[in-house]
Each structure stands twice: as structure tokens, then as C-alpha cells.
Design a protein around this ligand. Structure first.
Ligand code: SF4
Length: 342
């Protein structure tokens, strides 16, 4: 498999593409798992970041209320911008606004063996858990992802280990298309997976941070909300009384120290926990402060953007037009290779 670890960047500025399903306001798990890396990547590469709203439909088994999806899309874009994604340097767009994604998906489907999709671990596992997901759309979602990537001739795709097979399928799809339809001058570029450390960010209860578990801290949670959430977090269950020694590795709070505290604070917390020299509320204080300090500029930028929704729409509009120009060019080449230029 062609992959690049996160510490081996692409050699020169290259086009990098990544997307997120519109989940609404983002939480710290989204930030540490992906968005932080995007902010970093935009300094080195020509980044295309998109709202994967069609992908959201592939697992949606119930119809959402009108307007909900749109709200989620723009809440998420506000969080991207608040976190530091710079629309001057990156191309931000919405997948469903560029019909070329669907056209390339259809055209690639003609030469992609269905077995390539049926064998994807993500498909097999999800369908085994929930038969409602056994739809053609969900089966085809790695191919739609391949179309998303190949449309922009992206060189790199930042992914966690679990998504690397999808980049590999994209490479196979591109190779097969080029071999069948354009052997002399390959049209579709094979991207590499830029392996990113997406090791799960623990939530307030120690499980993966996820809206479905109700254990999140939102990027824009107000300071008093963060204070309340951290103060009421469960701790090492064996530390029943203040005088009982505890063990950080058994405590969900410790995962936050690993993310937010420097060595000195971590040493202080670990020693204080094991000797019962500090209480759990003492231990949580530096975390509350660190998270609130990180969120403050996000909240300020988000407030400005929310006060001016036309600006956010304009940013998306400009990015979508820029992306569409690239997508159209690739599609022209693909149609020509398939003999469809009439
Ligand atoms: S002192 Fe800190 S690490 Fe130890 S149990 Fe309490 S919150 Fe957890």
C-alpha cells in the first residue's frame, strides 16, 4: 500500500484533499482527530477541504427535519474557519454543489468490479450490525470517495489507519481506468494516503468522544459549560474518598492531561493522584483552564462569523466555484477518454 506517515510530508507543495461529513458544531474529538492537522497542512500544500454531505446520506436511515442538514453544514464550516482554516489559502466547498462528483462516480462505476466494494471492511462490518445500511449508496461510498479524490487529481489524502483501504481502492480505481481508457497518457492521478494519527480522543466518560455517546466538549462550549463538564467527569472508581490514592491510567481525566498538559503538570497530577496529595478537583483545574484558553479564540472568531452569515456563504461560494473549475477540467478529459465528447 502506498502511504506516507504523518512525519514524512509530501515532498513539495501538492494538492491535498480531505472531507468531513456535516455533523453540525464540532467537538474536541473532531479538532484533535482531523481539523488540527488540516490547519497544519494548509501551510504546506494546496488544500481542498469539502463538506461531504452526500456521504452523510449514505448512512442516514431516517429523513431529517427540513433545514437540519443545511444548519449542520454551515455550523461545521464556521468551526473550520474558527479553528484557523484560511479560505484565502485553501479551497472550501460543498460536495453536493458540484455535480461532477456524481458524474465521475457513475463513470468510474462502469469499470470498477463490485467485489472491490463488497470486500471493504467498513461495509461488511457496518452491514453486519445494521441491515438497513445494505443499500447501493452505502456499498458505493468508497467509490464516491474515489471520485471525490480523483476529480481534483489530489496527490495526498490525510487519513487515519482505518481509512487507508479506501485510498488504496482509489488508487486501484484510477489505475484500472487509466489502463482501460487512457493507457498512453494516464488521466487520473493515484493519491497516497498521508497517515495521520487519529488515535481516538477520549470523551468525558472515557469512551471515544462522540455525539452519540453524549460525552463531548464542543469546540464552542462556553467557559462555564466546560467547567461544569470537567468538574463532573467520572474519575478513577477506586478513588472513593479524598484520602484514597488513585491511579491515572484508570481515570478518564488522564486522557485529557495527555492532550492538554505539559510534562510538569502531568508529573504533578500523577504523583498527587497516586499519593492522594491532591483531590480530583485540584487535578482537573489545569485542564479546565487549558481547554478554555484554547477555545477562546475559536469562540471569538465564530461569533464574528455567526454575526455575518453572508460572509460564510460567500466563502463557500467562492471555494465551490474554484473547485468546480478543476472538477470540470478533469471531467472533460474523462469524457473524452470514454468517447463521450459529443
Ligand atoms: S487525581 Fe486526577 S488522575 Fe487521579 S483519579 Fe482524580 S482526576 Fe483522576
Amino acid at each position: 500500500m502506498s502511504t506516507l506517515p504523518s512525519d514524512a510530508p509530501l515532498p513539495t507543495p501538492q494538492r491535498v484533499l480531505s472531507g468531513m461529513r456535516p455533523t453540525g458544531a464540532l467537538h474536541l474529538g473532531h479538532y484533535h482527530g482531523a481539523l488540527k492537522n488540516w490547519v497544519h497542512l494548509q501551510n504546506e500544500h494546496d488544500c481542498f477541504f469539502f463538506v461531504a454531505d452526500w456521504h452523510a446520506l449514505t448512512t442516514q436511515t431516517q429523513r431529517p427535519e427540513p433545514g437540519v442538514l443545511e444548519q449542520r453544514v454551515y455550523d461545521m464550516v464556521v468551526d473550520w474557519l474558527a479553528a484557523g482554516i484560511d479560505p484565502e489559502r485553501t479551497t472550501l466547498f460543498i460536495q453536493s454543489r458540484i455535480a461532477e462528483h456524481a458524474e465521475l462516480f457513475t463513470l468510474l462505476a462502469m469499470s470498477t468490479p463490485s467485489s472491490w466494494l463488497e470486500r471493504m471492511p467498513s461495509y461488511k462490518e457496518a452491514v453486519a450490525d445494521n441491515r438497513e445500511l445494505a443499500t447501493y449508496g452505502f456499498l458505493g461510498y468508497p467509490l464516491l470517495q474515489a471520485a471525490d479524490i480523483l476529480l481534483y487529481k489530489a496527490s495526498g489524502v490525510p487519513v487515519g489507519e482505518d481509512q487507508a483501504p479506501h485510498v488504496e481502492v482509489t488508487r486501484e480505481v484510477a489505475r484500472r481506468f487509466n489502463h482501460l481508457h487512457s493507457p498512453a497518457a494516464p488521466i487520473l492521478a493515484e493519491p497516497v494516503a498521508m497517515l495521520t494519527d487519529t488515535s481516538r480522543v477520549a470523551g468525558l466518560d472515557g469512551r471515544k468522544m462522540s455525539k452519540s455517546y453524549g460525552n463531548t466538549i464542543a469546540m464552542r462550549d462556553r467557559p462555564e459549560v466546560v467547567d461544569e463538564k470537567i468538574r463532573t467527569m467520572p474519575t478513577d472508581a477506586q478513588r472513593v474518598r479524598r484520602g484514597d490514592p488513585g491511579e491515572p491510567s484508570r481515570c478518564p481525566v488522564w486522557a485529557f492531561h495527555e492532550l492538554y498538559s505539559d510534562n510538569e503538570t502531568r508529573d504533578w497530577a500523577a504523583a498527587g493522584c497516586r499519593s492522594a496529595a491532591i483531590g480530583c478537583l485540584d487535578c482537573k483545574q489545569p485542564l479546565i483552564k487549558a481547554i478554555q484558553a484554547q477555545q477562546q479564540p475559536w469562540r471569538e472568531r465564530a461569533e464574528e462569523l455567526l454575526a455575518d452569515p453572508k460572509r460564510v456563504h460567500w466563502i463557500v461560494e467562492v471555494g465551490t466555484e474554484r473547485a468546480r473549475a478543476v472538477a470540470r477540467k478533469t471531467l472533460r478529459e474523462v469524457r473524452h477518454a470514454l468517447g463521450l465528447s459529443y
